[in-house]
Design a protein around this ligand. Structure first.
Ligand SMILES: CC(C)(COP(=O)(O)OP(=O)(O)OC[C@H]1O[C@@H](n2cnc3c(N)ncnc32)[C@H](O)[C@@H]1OP(=O)(O)O)[C@@H](O)C(=O)NCCC(=O)NCCS
Length: 221
């Protein structure tokens, strides 16, 4: 049984370039199995990410377990954490969560004012992004950098994106805007609450059960 504690997740270094074939093969295989594309990048491109310290890599001893890299778009106004892959035997341990968290921290450190975004059809990634503070948005809120959208050309659904004039597709766009941290209050002075906060506020202090018994008591009276 694999254990997350034995897996090291860190910023990739130039010495990790030798794993590039293994990484790209794993991405290719997952892409075929999912039936939706994961933007295909050349080995040289992934290697450059590792050399520049713009990738996160996970190892179990010297065995490659997972990967993700960061890219900037629109004059560094946007950052995407892309190419997330966890080797099948390490799935379900929370490793993707760990890798995405490290990639998020790296993105915030390197580009503190950039909006961080991603496109995904996967529930796992949606869950992780949500926990990191991303919100679902329409594609209009994402980068308009053509080079980013050209990355979708390798996806089997690209014709849909084209037909929709790049406005929507099967992926959900998710965005984290650092400005949300700086300005918790909306223009009208009302702070925007998350759904969870609203539910917690509505929930009676002693729970719903006690309230129900009180109601029965009151009815008998
Ligand atoms: C998607 C992927 C990265 C998830 O990796 P993982 O290490 O198994 O994910 P984690 O264990 O960190 O799980 C994170 C959360 O997603 C959930 N999850 C994981 N796989 C899931 C799946 N296939 N379907 C639904 N939920 C899933 C987990 O239960 C967990 O949720 P929780 O916090 O509520 O418990 C991995 O399956 C993979 O590499 N797939 C192929 C490549 C791919 O799809 N990349 C994403 C491109 S956008």
């Amino acid at each position: 049984m694999k254990d997350l504690k034995s897996i090291k997740v860190d910023v990739a270094k130039p010495e990790h370039v030798r794993y590039v074939d293994e990484i790209n093969d794993a991405i290719d295989l997952a892409s075929k199995q999912r039936g939706t594309g994961i933007a295909r990048r050349s080995n040289e491109y992934l290697a450059s990410k590792m050399e520049e310290g713009k990738a996160i890599i996970a190892f179990d001893g010297d065995k490659f377990a997972g990967f993700c890299y960061i890219e900037t778009w629109g004059n560094k106004g946007f950052v995407a954490n892309s190419g997330l892959i966890v080797v099948p035997e390490y799935r379900g341990l929370g490793l993707a969560k760990e890798i995405k968290m490290k990639a998020f921290q790296l993105s915030r450190k390197k580009y503190p004012n950039a909006k961080i975004f991603g496109l995904t059809t996967g529930l796992a990634v949606m869950k992780i992004n949500h926990e990191l503070g991303y919100r679902p948005v329409t594609f209009s809120e994402l980068t308009d950098d053509d080079q980013f959208w050209n990355g979708c050309k390798g996806c089997v659904n690209y014709d849909i994106l084209e037909r929709m004039g790049r406005g929507k597709c099967l992926c959900t766009g998710m965005l984290y805007d650092p400005a949300w941290e700086k300005a918790p209050k909306a223009g009208n002075g009302i702070r925007k609450r998350s759904l969870l906060e609203v539910v917690q506020k509505l929930k009676p202090k002693n729970g719903f059960k006690i309230q129900k018994s009180e109601l029965i008591k009151k009815t008998k009276e």
